[in-house]
Design a protein around this ligand. Sequence first.
Ligand SMILES: *Cc1c(COP(=O)(O)O)cnc(C)c1O
Length: 193
Amino acid sequence: GWNEGWIEAPRRVGAKITPLIGAHAHEVIATDSTSPNIFKLVVAALQSSERRTVLSEAGNFPTDLHVAEGAVRCVPGARLEIVTRESIARSIGHDTALLLLTHVHYKTAQRYDMQALTAAAHASGALVLWDLSHSAGAVAVDLNGANADLAVGCGYKYLNGGPGAPAYLFVAERHQDRLANPLSGWMGHAAPF
Ligand SMILES: *Cc1c(COP(=O)(O)O)cnc(C)c1O
């Protein structure tokens, strides 16, 4: 495994996903499943900010809210604010560290305007984590075109990865030095040995 390139597979497979989501090869890795990827990015975003609120939508996919609920319990002072879909944009406030949103809704197929909401979040100093599970492979996505910060998605829906296929996560190049993986196992550590 060490000598036959398996260790690089998360980057290699991640790079193959990038044309579908508008990212650079070094911004995406195929790893874990969607839920732990959300956990890692929510905690990393909170730890990189003075702000303590994660903002999400009441109708978000269940695991996204369950994971966010657990993630905020791990960060002192952090809280999860859940509002209606219609009031997301106007609920971004001075304490909002992160918006956690699913780009294409799993029941209604309603789609957020990724570029506009990302711009609104940035204007008030917040980041956005986009869940692309119902987007990648189904509709065009341009993360860098929208100046996106963070994203996750599963590999087993429109990417046809089959049962047990890993998910992926995206971290925009500009955030890579600032964000630390809170699951610091050896593969998540700068110095594995
Ligand atoms: C399918 C789906 C998931 C799945 O999460 P897993 O951890 O892979 O089970 C997460 N978020 C959304 C929006 C989904 O559609």
